[in-house]
Design a protein around this ligand. Structure first.
Ligand code: NAD
Ligand code: IPM
Ligand code: MN
Length: 353
C-alpha cells in the first residue's frame, strides 16, 4: 500500500502526524504500508512557488492513496488566484479525476450533547453525503473579474455534462443500495437550468436501481431539513458547491467539524482521504485541534482503496472506545470529561488500537 502523505498548512501537519502514527501501528502489526511525504498548498507555494508542484503530482499519481491534512491560511489570501493554496487542492482532485467525494456524517452516541441540536434530533444520526468533486461552478469556464460598461463584474459558470452527472449518480445509488436504500438528490431546478439537467439525469439513472427509493429536494429546503429533521436522510447526492456547504452544515450535527472524514475517489477507487475541515489557522500550532476526522479518514482509506475492512473497523472501534472513555479535544469537550490535546488524543487512540 503506497500512500502519499501531504500535511499541508495550519493544523494539517499536526493532525496528519497523529493519523500517520495509526498507519505506523498497523504496519508494525503486519500491513505492508509505505509512506512518502510531499508538499501541497501554502507550504508548497513557499518552497516552490506553486500550490501543487509537479513533484507532488508525480508522488500522488504513483501512490495508491493520498492522505491530506488541509491547505490555506490568511498569509496566502493576497496571492494571485492561481497561486492560492486552495488551487492546489482543486488541482490534485481534478488531475487525479477524484470525482466522487463521500462525506459521512455519523453521530457517536457519546457526542450527542456536543451537537448544537437537541439530543432527540441527532441521536442515531447516520447520513452519507455524496458530493460531486471535479465539476460545477468550481471549474466552469468562463470565469473572472473584468471591466464591463465602466464597472467591475465578477462571473463564474455553473456547468455539468450529463456524463458527469451520470457517473456520480451511479456512485450515489450504489452507496444507497448498500445502506438503507434511500437517496435524496439535491438541486435548485426551480431556478438553475444546470440543475434541471442534474435532476433529469439522476431520474434516468434511477431506473437501473429499482431497489433504491429516490427523492428530489431543492437545496434551500435541504439546508433547512438538515437541522429540522436530519434523520430523514440516508444518502444525499449533490453537486460540488451545494455539497461543500451542506457537508459543513451536517458536520455540526455530529458535534464538531473535527469529527468528519472524507474519501475522494476516482473510477478505480484510488483515493484521496482528508478531513472535511480546513487548516483552522485560529488554532494552528497550539496542540488543540481534533485529529479524529483525519484518523477516521485513514479508516475510510483502508476500506475504500485497500479493501481492508477489518483494519478499518479496528480504527473506528478505537475511536469509539476513546470517546466512551471520555477523552475529548476542546471542540467536543464537556464538563466532567478528560480534556486532551491533539497529540494526547493520538496517544489514547493508539492505546485503544
Ligand atoms: P476551517 O474548517 O479551517 O475552520 C472553521 C472553524 O472550525 C474554526 O474555528 C476552526 O478552529 C474549527 N476547526 C476546524 N477543524 C478543526 C479541528 N480539527 N479541531 C477543532 N476545531 C476545528 O474553515 P475556515 O476557517 O473557513 O478556513 C480556514 C482556511 O482553510 C482557509 O484558507 C480555507 O480556504 C481553508 N480550507 C481548506 C480546506 C481543505 O484543505 N480541505 C477545507 C476548508 C477550508
Ligand atoms: C473542502 C474545502 C475546499 C472546497 C476548498 C478549500 C477548496 O472547503 O474540501 O470542503 O471548497 O472544496
Ligand atoms: Mn468545505
Amino acid at each position: 500500500m503506497k500512500i502519499a502523505v501531504l500535511g499541508g498548512d495550519g493544523i494539517g501537519p499536526e493532525i496528519v502526524a497523529q493519523a500517520v502514527r495509526v498507519l505506523d501501528a498497523l504496519r508494525t502489526d503486519g500491513l505492508g504500508i509505505e509512506l512518502e511525504c510531499g508538499l501541497i498548498g501554502g507550504c508548497a507555494v513557499d518552497a516552490t512557488g506553486e500550490p501543487y508542484p509537479d513533484a507532488t503530482h508525480r508522488l500522488a499519481s504513483q501512490a495508491d492513496a493520498v492522505l491530506l491534512g488541509a491547505v490555506g491560511g490568511p498569509q496566502y489570501d493576497a496571492l494571485p488566484r492561481e497561486q492560492r493554496p486552495e488551487r492546489g487542492l482543486l488541482a490534485i482532485r481534478k488531475k487525479l479525476n477524484l470525482f466522487a467525494n463521500l462525506r459521512p456524517a455519523m453521530l457517536y452516541p457519546e457526542l450527542a450533547n456536543a451537537s448544537s441540536l437537541k439530543y432527540d434530533v441527532v441521536a442515531g444520526l447516520d447520513i452519507m453525503i455524496v458530493r460531486e468533486l471535479t465539476g460545477d461552478i468550481y471549474f466552469g469556464e468562463p470565469r473572472g473579474i473584468e471591466i464591463r460598461h465602466g464597472e467591475r463584474v465578477g462571473f463564474n459558470t455553473m456547468i455539468y455534462s450529463e456524463a458527469e452527472i451520470r457517473r456520480i449518480a451511479h456512485v450515489a445509488f450504489q452507496t444507497a443500495a448498500k445502506r438503507q436504500g434511500k437517496l435524496c438528490s439535491v438541486d435548485k431546478m426551480n431556478v438553475l437550468e444546470c440543475t434541471q439537467l442534474w435532476r433529469d439525469v439522476v431520474a434516468e439513472v434511477a431506473k437501473e436501481y429499482p431497489q433504491v427509493a429516490l427523492s428530489h429536494m431543492l437545496v434551500d429546503n435541504a439546508a433547512m431539513q438538515l437541522v429540522r429533521n436530519p434523520k430523514q436522510f440516508d444518502v444525499m447526492v449533490t453537486g460540488n458547491m451545494f455539497g461543500d456547504i451542506l457537508s459543513d452544515e451536517a458536520s455540526m450535527l455530529t458535534g464538531s467539524i473535527g469529527m468528519l472524514p472524507s474519501a475522494s475517489l476516482d473510477e478505480n477507487n484510488k483515493g484521496l482521504y482528508e478531513p472535511i475541515h480546513g487548516s483552522a489557522p485560529d488554532i494552528a500550532g497550539k496542540d488543540i485541534a481534533n485529529p479524529l476526522a483525519t484518523i477516521l479518514s485513514v479508516a475510510m482509506m483502508l476500506r475504500h482503496t485497500f479493501n481492508q475492512e477489518v483494519a478499518a473497523k479496528r480504527i473506528e472501534n478505537a475511536v469509539k472506545k476513546v470517546l466512551a472513555a471520555s477523552y475529548r479535544t476542546k471542540d467536543i469537550d464537556e464538563a466532567g470529561m478528560k480534556s486532551v490535546g491533539t497529540k494526547a488524543m493520538g496517544d489514547v487512540v493508539l492505546a485503544m488500537l
